[in-house]
Design a binder for this molecule. Structure first.
Ligand code: ADP
Ligand code: MG
Length: 376
């Protein structure tokens, strides 16, 4: 990475490198923006940002994935307007940092990421959090404030009304552990996973367009449901919800049913994991997928095919779409020794059906964001 930095900016002296991970969400999908529960884990796929202070008042940001350099005046960055460009993510973070009392100094930045973009593994939050650390350049910040500030950048500047999950797990990820997040209290607990299972993400290679209207529609439909019912969806048990479901218009009812049952599934999944009930964990993942497919309607034929195919392969406990939907990845829970056969079979079935090779990402629960190293 430093060699690239040198080629780009002439010297990498004094460079500091910050890392922020992507994530896979095991269960609790589309529940974070209604104060619900989620169970993601940080991945070893991550975004790195290398940074060196610059003497000329400019803020330069280069993405190795985009092979594109953009320049801004550091003094004027706090007044920036969205450009509907990938730089909106780091620039939005700079704007929020300035607002929070952390003005951004002139610097040269290099972004390098192994998180696939637009695939539901949260390259956006990884980019935001890694950029924030680079802009902070060692200035201390409360980790929860860091996550919230990055979420505000995506909501206010990028214009995506996202919940807190992605930024939160990128900051609070823990090696060898999933993290259950309460998106109302913003507290969390670490959930160690049974050792006899592993998870893998499978990329449908269909890029979602999350910024599209469907996500915003779901956010609005959930708000309408909570408004009609007079309480946050996360405070309703499935039984309580069913007794009042008839009060809602049909589409809103289905959206709310997904959220209410999904919150219950998170608690059940955590409990089943603690008890080592692998079969139940798998079933809950499949129920989650069906709910996203039929009630929330954020799946697509490629994701459904990957889930259905996974369930027919030996050693698989469960599978579901992960992330916002409309493409991106599924996550599958399976026996570790079943992985090679799973990979072969899912690849050949998907190739035969869609003429595309899906990419697999074995999921290793990893640590949250931080400074990677301070090279001399
Ligand atoms: P996801 O977070 O699931 O990957 P999003 O649509 O939320 O999908 O975010 C993807 C967007 O984030 C990309 O379209 C791009 O604008 C930005 N992005 C993420 N990683 C990078 C990167 N390494 N370089 C440039 N832009 C990136
Ligand atoms: Mg994202």
């Amino acid at each position: 990475m430093l060699e690239t930095f040198r080629q780009l900016y002439g010297s990498a002296e004094g460079a500091r490198i910050y890392r922020a991970p992507g994530r896979v969400n095991l269960i609790g999908e589309h529940t974070d923006y209604t104060q619900g529960f989620v169970l993601p884990m940080a991945l070893d796929l991550a975004t790195h940002v290398a940074a060196v202070q610059s003497p000329d008042g400019m803020l330069r940001i280069y993405s190795e994935q985009r092979r594109e350099l953009r320049e801004f005046s550091a003094a004027g960055i706090a007044q920036s307007q969205p450009a509907h460009h990938w730089t909106d993510y780091p620039v939005g973070v700079a704007v929020e940092l300035a607002r929070a009392g952390f003005p951004v100094a002139p610097a040269n930045l290099l972004i390098c990421s192994s998180v696939p973009e637009g695939s539901g593994l949260s390259s956006s939050a990884a980019l935001e959090v890694a950029s924030a650390l680079a802009f902070l350049s060692g200035r201390p910040i409360d980790p929860l404030e860091l996550a919230r500030l990055c979420q505000r950048a995506e909501r206010n500047f990028v214009g995506m009304p996202c919940g807190i999950m992605d930024q939160y797990i990128s900051v609070f990820g823990r090696l060898n552990s999933a993290v259950e997040i309460d998106c109302r209290s913003l507290g969390h607990r670490f959930v160690p996973l049974p050792e006899s299972i592993t998870f893998t993400a499978v990329n449908s290679m269909v890029k979602h367009a999350l910024a599209g209207s469907a996500y915003k529609d779901r956010v609005a439909e959930c708000a309408a449901a909570a408004e009609s019912l007079g309480q946050p969806l996360r405070d309703l048990s499935p039984a309580q919800f069913e007794s009042r479901a008839h009060e809602l218009p049909a589409v809103v009812e289905r959206r709310a049913r997904h959220v209410v049952t999904e919150n219950a599934r998170v608690a059940d999944f955590v409990d089943s994991s603690t008890r080592g009930d692998l079969a139940r964990m798998g079933r809950l993942m499949v129920e989650s997928h069906r709910s996203l497919q039929n009630d929330y309607e954020v799946s697509c034929q490629e994701l459904d095919f990957l889930v259905d195919t996974a369930l027919s392969i030996d050693g698989v406990y469960g599978s579901r779409m992960t992330g916002g939907g409309f493409g991106g990845c599924t996550v599958t829970m399976l026996r570790p020794d079943a992985m090679p056969n799973f990979q072969r079979q899912i690849e050949s079935a998907y190739e035969a059906r869609f003429q595309v090779t899906p990419r697999l990402y074995p999921c290793h629960p990893s640590a949250g964001a931080g400074e990677e190293s301070t090279p001399r």
